[in-house]
Each structure stands twice: as structure tokens, then as C-alpha cells.
Design a protein around this ligand. Structure first.
Ligand SMILES: Cc1cc2nc3c(=O)[nH]c(=O)nc-3n(C[C@H](O)[C@H](O)[C@H](O)COP(=O)(O)OP(=O)(O)OC[C@H]3O[C@@H](n4cnc5c(N)ncnc54)[C@H](O)[C@@H]3O)c2cc1C
Ligand code: FES
Length: 349
């Protein structure tokens, strides 16, 4: 059941600026997560990060590397919630600061999948790959080495690594690619044979480095080690672009269909993981359901608090025990990874 309220005011909870009555919907009926991350206890911790580098990968994507002391080892699927470090003149004593940010006003945190992680001394370096789409990601694109970033996380649950399946297919559309990089490391360590299908609208929007010495197939029937970031993690790729400017011409769902036809694997020996636009993930979920293949989706619902308080990130999921046959779960706390079959991609009312 969803109930609408007017926004009554703001209070600073030290995590983000959270409206007193959150946005326009308060939604009840969420459940505890089922695919727990190992580091659940450390969720919701805020740490100061320092930018190590912020480099351009293609026309609209950058890779931001942040050094964070005490950051726990994350698992693939988890995300960080980033904001400018609070600064400015303290106006209300011990509760801290006003937010005189140079990003056009106070900014809620923005969520980014962890694309890479490296333990360094007593801390860690985390990598996120992001596409510049608005005020928050424009702020991120302005960051330079040494700048401070407030890092909340690691948040969320993990992609399950399924022990009885030897093969994994990663289906990534656009900015769905970053969590797949981190996942490919976990799959390599678990001894899986992994192929990543990477889709973009056009070649210069693909956030991986193409190795010009390796043949890149223009059909989706064959995967090659042509994307450097996946190749170093032991995964071959099929690249698809909507306009055909790189790799296979077509959307990544068509690439998945063609690849599976050319490289048949027993359904119970394969797991598909997907992240990207919801229409794309819905296609992948239906493809897998019709063939009896296990599939996990990484939902990227817009998030305000990232900590389970504001209820802005709900995902409707099937639930036969509920009178309506479905219920809401929270993308930030119960997800972002869900079993594909349980997600209702269209609003059920
Ligand atoms: C768990 C999770 C992981 C994510 N991982 C990544 C990642 O690895 N790389 C990456 O680039 N982005 C990722 N996103 C999306 C990212 O959070 C948004 O792109 C970002 O918040 C946009 O902030 P902005 O201020 O630049 O844009 P805004 O000014 O807030 O919005 C600009 C435009 O982007 C749209 N938008 C904002 N948030 C989302 C969203 N979550 N999904 C779809 N459209 C959105 C808005 O509707 C608007 O049209 C992730 C989101 C979630 C929830
Ligand atoms: S983002 Fe606030 S509850 Fe999920």
C-alpha cells in the first residue's frame, strides 16, 4: 500500500539530507533481504574518501578511483553512495554543517556500483565507472586527485555465485557494465567460464577499452578477449551497438539470443546476470525464464537515502503469500540484486 504525503521539511540525519516526510510515497511491507552480503554489519558507515584519479573512458563515461581508509572488502553487486564532503560554516553547533556545496546546492547522495576494489595498506581503493547525466555526475566529473568525497557503504547485497553451474553470461547495457566487471572477478575466482555481452548505443559510449590487436566479432556468435578490462579478469566479450558502429549491430538482448543459439549450454549449467536499462533486463529475464535458465538482475532504482529510511527505491516483487500477489522490497537494502523471476517490471496496479 502506498500513501502520499506532502514534504513537510528537512532534517539532517548525518547520512543525507532526508525530507521529514519522504518524497511523496511512504511504502510499507518490505522484507529482510535474502541474498545477504558478507559485510552486512558494516553497511551504512560513512567514511571520508580521497580521489586518486578520475579518468575519461569514452565520450560520457569516467572511472573514479577513491582511496578510503577502513573500507571493508565489498562483494560484487554492492554499491557506494557518494556525495561531496560536507563543508561550509557550522550553523547549528554539534549537529554540524550547512551545506554550502559548489554543486548548485545541497545534494543527496548518488549511488554507484562498485566496479573494482583493491586493498591498499590499512585502507582500500574503490573504483566506480559513471556516465555524466546530471548535477551529481557533473560534480563527479570535476573531481581531481586529492579532492575529498563522502563515501557511504558498501551498501546492498551480492550477486550469488551458483556452485552447481560452470558457465556465466553477463549481460550489460550502458551503465550496467560497472558491476559486471567486479562480478567477473568473483566468477573467475570461483572457476566459472564467463562471457560478457556488453551493449551500448554506439561505439564511443562503450566504457571498456577495445584491444585493437584482438579480433572483435561483428556477429554475436563468438566471444573474443577484445575488451581489456574483461580480458584481464578472465572473461571474453561480445560487443553490441545499437547503430552497428562497433561489434554486433543490434541491442544486447539480440546479441544474447544469437550467442546462446550458437553456443548451446544445458540450462542448469548456466547462470545469467544482467544490469542496465529496465526494458533490457526485462527482455533478458523473459529470455531466461522461457529457457529455464537462472537469472539475476541488478536494479538501479533512483535512491535518496540508500539506507532503508526514505522508501524511495521500491521494487515490486511477486509474493504469493500476500493478498495482492506482490509486495514492495527496497532496492537499497533488499537489493540491488534480485532473482529475475520475482521482479515485476511493470507496476502491478
Ligand atoms: C544501485 C545503483 C547502482 C548504480 N550504479 C551506477 C554506475 O555504476 N554507473 C552509473 O553511471 N550510474 C549508476 N547508477 C545510476 C546513478 O545513480 C545515476 O546516474 C545518478 O544518480 C545520476 O545523478 P545525477 O545527479 O548526475 O543525475 P540527476 O540530475 O539526478 O538526473 C539526471 C537524469 O538521470 C536520470 N536518473 C537519475 N538516477 C537514475 C537511475 N538510478 N536510473 C536511471 N536514470 C536515472 C534522471 O531521471 C534524469 O533524467 C546506479 C544507481 C543505483 C541505484
Ligand atoms: S533509497 Fe531510501 S529506502 Fe532505499
Amino acid at each position: 500500500m502506498a500513501v502520499s504525503f506532502a514534504v513537510a521539511g528537512f532534517r539532517d540525519l548525518g547520512i543525507a539530507l532526508v525530507p521529514e516526510v519522504i518524497f511523496t510515497h511512504l511504502v510499507y511491507n518490505t522484507t529482510p533481504m535474502t541474498m545477504n552480503a558478507k559485510n552486512e554489519d558494516s553497511r551504512c558507515a560513512i567514511r571520508r574518501g580521497e580521489v586518486v584519479s578520475n579518468v575519461s573512458l569514452c565520450r560520457e563515461h569516467l572511472r573514479l578511483t577513491i582511496a578510503v581508509e577502513g573500507f571493508p572488502t565489498p562483494v560484487a553487486g554492492q554499491f557506494v553512495h557518494l556525495s561531496p564532503e560536507r563543508r561550509g560554516t557550522c550553523v547549528d553547533g554539534e549537529n554540524g554543517c550547512c551545506d554550502s556545496l559548489d554543486v548548485g546546492g545541497a545534494m543527496l547522495r548518488r549511488a554507484f556500483s562498485i566496479a573494482g576494489f583493491r586493498a591498499v595498506g590499512r585502507g582500500a581503493e574503490i573504483e566506480v565507472i559513471y556516465r555524466v547525466v546530471g548535477v551529481g555526475t557533473r560534480w563527479m566529473s570535476s573531481l581531481r586527485a586529492g579532492d575529498a568525497v563522502s563515501v557511504l557503504g558498501p551498501q546492498g547485497n551480492a550477486f550469488p555465485i551458483v556452485s552447481d553451474a560452470a558457465n556465466a553470461l553477463l549481460v550489460a547495457g550502458g551503465v550496467g557494465l560497472p558491476p559486471m566487471l567486479f562480478l567477473s572477478e568473483a566468477l573467475r575466482d570461483a572457476g566459472k567460464t564467463t562471457v560478457a555481452l556488453c551493449g551500448a548505443q554506439m561505439g564511443d559510449l562503450l566504457a571498456v577499452t577495445i584491444d585493437s590487436t584482438v579480433r572483435l566479432s561483428t556477429t554475436a556468435r563468438e566471444a573474443t578477449a577484445s575488451a581489456v578490462e574483461f580480458a584481464v579478469r578472465g572473461a571474453k566479450v561480445v560487443v553490441s551497438t545499437d547503430d552497428g558502429s562497433l561489434g554486433f549491430k543490434g541491442h544486447v538482448g539480440q546479441a544474447l539470443t544469437e550467442f546462446c543459439e550458437a553456443n548451446p549450454v544445458a540450462p542448469d549449467d548456466l547462470v545469467v546476470y544482467t544490469c542496465g536499462p529496465e526494458r533490457m533486463m526485462e527482455f533478458v529475464a523473459q529470455f531466461c525464464e522461457s529457457r529455464g535458465i537462472r537469472c539475476y538482475v541488478c536494479m538501479e532504482r533512483a535512491m535518496a537515502c540508500g539506507t532503508g529510511m526514505c522508501q524511495s527505491c521500491v521494487v515490486p516483487v511477486r509474493d504469493e503469500s500476500d493478498v495482492q500477489g506482490w509486495r514492495y522490497r527496497l532496492c537499497c537494502m533488499d537489493g540491488p540484486v534480485f532473482e529475475a523471476g520475482e521482479v515485476l517490471f511493470s507496476q502491478p496496479f
